[in-house]
Design a protein around this ligand. Structure first.
Ligand code: PEP
Length: 241
């Protein structure tokens, strides 16, 4: 069964909890495992509403457990709010908050220590792909931003140029990159690296999900825009079955 993760980014007010409930209500028959990462303001309410039906997660966390870090949220606080996973190193945070590989790795280790599963995002820009640098860039991100162990780790391959654009890579390019990531995970973690789920992310929609989810080594999807409404997230889950 594929893992379909919705990333709401900075979208959603309390009224959007109705979408969480609709996804949770359909979870048993969805055809995929469903996780949702609402904004931090909704994590606790979403987790309360979802119960054990779907996992609720955060979109970022700090690498320290507590302390003088105004505006930040720790992994332990996410756990306390009911979160079960956290997305780390999304390309929007790498670009807009200047997050380095080393910082993302520190966050990933902190999140694992707190008991959260971690989704570490990697992906190249269009200029990097056009310049033949896609594997070098993704390889560097894997080298620098992963946690020390494979347990509880999920990697999301998200080509930056496919996020929110409606463009998706050719299936052969997705297959090649997922194969490359798998090889790097096995080289780093041994057999445990063979078990890490590798998600594809970038303009996954109900009408392209079946094709993308059938690509070798694609274990599921990280979905932005199409995760905001339960209907479209559930349609992606059904198409991936
Ligand atoms: C994302 O930002 O993780 C993402 C995949 O967004 P979208 O599905 O909107 O391209």
């Amino acid at each position: 069964m594929k893992l379909i993760v919705g990333n709401w980014k900075m979208n959603g007010r309390r009224a959007a909890l109705a979408e969480v409930e609709a996804v949770a209500a359909a979870a048993d028959t969805a055809g995929a495992r469903l996780w949702l990462a609402p904004p931090a303001t909704l994590v606790m309410a979403a987790a309360d509403s979802a119960g054990d039906r779907i996992a609720i997660g955060g979109q970022d966390c700090h690498h320290a457990e507590d302390g003088a870090h105004t505006g930040c949220i720790s992994a332990a606080q996410l756990v306390d709010a009911g979160a079960r996973f956290v997305i780390l190193g999304h390309s929007e945070r790498r670009a807009n908050q200047d997050e380095s590989d080393a910082l993302i790795s520190a966050k990933a280790n902190a999140a694992r220590a707190a008991g959260l599963d971690v989704i570490v995002c990697v992906g190249e820009t269009e200029a990097e792909r056009d310049g033949g640098q896609a594997e070098a860039v993704v390889g560097g991100q894997l080298q620098g931003s992963l946690p020390s162990g494979a347990d509880g780790l999920i990697v999301a391959y998200e080509p930056v140029w496919a996020i929110g654009t409606g463009r998706v890579p050719a299936e052969a390019d997705v297959a090649a990159m997922h194969g490359f990531i798998r090889a790097r995970l096995v080289a780093r973690y041994g057999p445990a690296g063979g078990e890490v789920i590798i998600l594809y992310g970038g303009s996954v929609k109900p009408d392209n999900a079946a094709t993308l989810m059938a690509v070798p080594e694609v274990g599921g999807a990280l979905v932005g825009g199409a995760s905001l409404k339960a209907d479209s997230l559930l349609a992606i889950a059904a198409a991936s079955a």
